[in-house]
Design a protein around this ligand. Structure first.
Ligand code: GLC
Length: 734
């Protein structure tokens, strides 16, 4: 009897528990249901409190899921060049984990300089694998703000001055990050083109400049890249903060571009509940709070989209429909990533990632000047090479702000050069010292600058050749978040040192590590200048491979180098145009950014957009089109040949610009509309065929708010840089 009773009780318990699990386990949440179905179902099961909790942070870099329904938290992490170290729950400082030292990839200016979309694909895949491995839902990158002023502290994180180049390079990066089951978060949307007063400056620009210059890279990332999230920027645009800006987020991003992802605020970019609710923000992060304590100012429950929002919903001040839209977007992000059925496993600090980082660095290095074939320096050619400059030994993966990285390793330029040429042939002298790095590494020298300089001059005097390795260093105000540079000059007495070195040894090459243009008073005194970006973990190996000729440089400048600051458009209209009057800022150069300005104003830049030399030379054959006249909706089939007329294999990024010869509005003299990078053996030539959609030649007519191609003559310019035009061919548009 007793035994039977036990059996029947256990059967009843089994039945009850099965029923309970069934009741709990919602039918449509299983991973194979269509995402939209899963969203609908999850929404129907969530309480109001659970929905609101999803719309704001719970820690420095995370926001809540729905534990009751098995929906995980959303974990975000910086940055565009590598996966930031783990920090404490509610602090910016590193938590001291021992398994989060990443691969540092080159800064995005370097990626842009490669003019090679395959590099962007490889980059996104590798960094996506690292983010996946670290269990991130969202990678807070890439940044695609346009390089408007050479002073902007964060230009190194972005892809230069041209909207077309940025658009082409951001799409594959986003696609391949997201193939790893991690959301890219394209930032900072929009018009965050300086660090000076970034939290408040109110940008005013024309619709033409907005659509022709500042939005294209974001539009491409959303419409072609299918970005799963976008980060609102700190600044204001036309009087509304961009993290809750009706025109940018509701009208343009979500309505016009059909963005179905999540708008994430920049950290501390949210300023009120009404606008956050109504103007398209979905996830509030980083509002200043000490988070954990309820007594602290602005604990997470007091975020604008937390209790104030909940109360507003309960009193029906805010609609459930808008809340459901926000939560649907966050659920969609989760179902595309952490709850995706076929999410890959990722990889961290792998040999493949090192190779990817090195190849991008090698392809992005730009040879600005190279007289008398001073470069390459074959191994064994010189007995004594003096390497001078702090950037030869300084860590450049740290610093710069939120993109700063704790890396598994970093090969410095000096290490790479010693490895390549042999220690016995290298003498190093620091030459100058920068200020203490705010990000940990401190270069302490018991010399002052004069004695450092004297020692460097001594080293240079006794060497066959000198490699000066300097530039900027991601310290505050030297290519870093939160502050712009004050001048175009090289800091820390580098110009004085270079002059002193030249006095004792003319065989001196300059290698600049920076993310911004610098002025070069010594430009005519030195035979060779190389622009080496912040190249990441493989920096020294990439630089040494290019120096030795193992790799033939093929990078092209993604932004112009002005001879002096006043030459650039942003600095030609007084304070209101940069850095603004403290409240407002008007981009008075309008659409004429970068080479568009230099062309129109007939100002010669120090080095032009698209400029980059090779150890070989290239000849461009006659450019032809498939016919002389076209309709607006047609493609122009452009063909031309490129021949390698030098002795070594090399790659050339041919650039295609168009010029609208007759337009009713001001247009730049030329605008980049295509590029094609081709690798050629010595004496080899290749036929390049490029389809140019004429619709891409339109300008934005702000009167009718539409893109317009006016009929008439257009000239297609084929160039090795924006100034070095090799071929022209004109066509008529009906
Ligand atoms: C920073 C940056 C943003 C970064 C975020 C999180 O202030 O503006 O790019 O992703 O906060 O660190």
């Amino acid at each position: 009897m007793k035994k039977n009773r036990i059996i029947s009780i256990s059967i009843i318990c089994l039945l009850l528990s099965t029923m309970y699990i069934k009741a709990q386990k919602p039918t449509n949440l299983d991973v194979n249901q269509p995402i939209e179905k899963r969203i609908e179902n999850a929404l129907s099961l969530m309480t109001l409190e659970e929905k609101v909790a999803m719309c704001h942070a719970q820690s420095k870099f995370s926001s809540r899921g729905v534990p009751r329904l098995g929906i995980p938290e959303v974990w975000t992490d910086d940055g565009p060049h590598g996966i930031r170290e783990e920090v404490f729950w509610d602090k910016w400082s590193g938590a001291g984990w021992t398994n989060d030292s990443c691969t540092a990839f080159p800064a995005l200016t370097c990626l842009a300089a490669s003019f090679n979309t395959q590099m962007a694909l490889n980059y996104g895949n590798a960094i996506g694998e690292e983010a996946r491995y670290r269990n991130k839902t969202v990678l807070l990158g890439p940044g695609v703000n346009i390089y408007r002023t050479p002073l902007n502290g964060r230009n190194f994180e972005y892809m230069g001055e041209d909207p077309y180049l940025s658009s082409r390079m951001v799409v594959p990066y986003v696609q391949s990050v997201q193939q790893n089951g991690v959301a890219a978060c394209v930032k900072h949307f929009a018009l965050n083109n300086q660090e000076d007063k970034r939290m408040s400056i109110n940008v005013k620009i024309s619709d033409r400049a907005l659509h022709e210059i500042y939005l294209p890279a974001f539009k491409a990332a959303v419409e072609e890249g299918k970005a799963w999230s976008i980060m609102g920027s700190y600044n204001q645009f036309r009087g509304e903060h961009c993290c809750h800006n009706d025109l940018l987020l509701n009208k343009i991003l979500k309505n016009d571009w059909k963005f179905d992802g999540v708008v994430i605020s920049d950290w501390g970019g949210v300023h009120n509940t009404d606008q956050s609710v109504a103007n398209g923000l979905d996830l509030e992060m980083g509002t200043s709070t000490n988070g954990l304590t309820t007594s602290g100012t602005l604990p997470y429950s007091e975020y604008y989209l937390a209790n104030p929002y909940l109360i507003g919903l309960k009193t029906e001040k805010y609609s459930q429909q808008i809340l459901n839209d926000k939560v649907s977007r966050i659920l969609r992000l989760i179902f595309r990533t952490t709850m995706s059925a076929n999410r890959p496993y990722g990889k961290f600090v792998s040999p493949e990632h090192s190779e990817t980082a090195r190849k991008i660095a090698e392809e992005g290095i730009v040879l600005l000047k190279n007289e008398k074939h001073f470069f390459p320096i074959p191994v064994g050619k010189y007995k004594k090479i003096a390497v001078i400059g702090e950037n030869a030994i300084r860590s450049l993966v740290i610093g710069g702000g939120s993109s700063s990285l704790k890396v598994a390793y970093e090969v410095s330029p000096l290490q790479g050069i010693i490895k390549k040429y042999g220690e016995e042939h290298i003498v190093y002298s620091q030459g100058y010292i920068s200020t203490k790095s705010e990000y940990g590494q401190e270069l302490v020298s018991d010399f002052n600058n004069d004695s450092l300089m004297n020692a460097a001059v001594e080293a240079a005097k006794n060497a066959d050749i000198v490699l000066f390795i300097g530039g900027l260093n991601k310290n505050h105000f030297q290519d870093a978040e939160g502050g712009d540079r004050k001048t175009l000059e090289l800091p820390f007495g580098q110009n004085k040192l270079i002059t002193a070195l030249l006095k004792v040894n003319k065989n001196l090459a300059i290698i600049l590590c920076s993310g911004n243009a610098v002025s070069m008073p010594w430009v005519n005194e030195v035979p060779t200048i190389m622009q080496s970006w912040y190249l990441g973990s493989e920096a020294g190996n990439a630089i040494a491979n290019v120096l030795s000729g193992e790799v033939n440089p093929s990078g092209k400048l993604p932004f112009s180098f002005p001879k002096k600051l006043e030459d650039s458009g942003a600095h030609s209209f007084g304070q209101i145009s940069y850095p603004g009057d403290g409240i407002d800022e008007e981009y008075k150069e309008d659409i004429l950014v970068g080479y568009r300005w230099f062309d129109t104003k007939k100002i010669a830049p120090l080095f032009a957009f698209g400029h980059g030399l090779s150890y070989t030379s290239f000849e461009y054959g006659k450019a032809t089109t498939d016919k002389p006249t076209y309709k607006k909706d047609e493609l122009v089939k452009l063909t031309f040949t490129i021949k390698n007329t030098g002795k070594v294999t090399g790659a050339e990024a041919a650039q295609i610009y168009i010029s609208d010869e007759k337009s009713t509005v001001i247009r730049p003299l030329k605008e980049l509309k295509a590029f094609s990078k081709v690798l050629l053996e010595s004496s080899e030539s290749k036929l390049i065929e490029i389809n140019l959609p004429i619709k891409d030649w339109a300008f934005f007519n702000d009167k009718i708010q539409k893109w317009v191609v006016e009929p008439g003559k257009f000239t297609i310019l084929v160039g090795s840089s924006s100034l070095d035009i090799r071929q022209k061919v004109s066509i008529e548009v009906d």
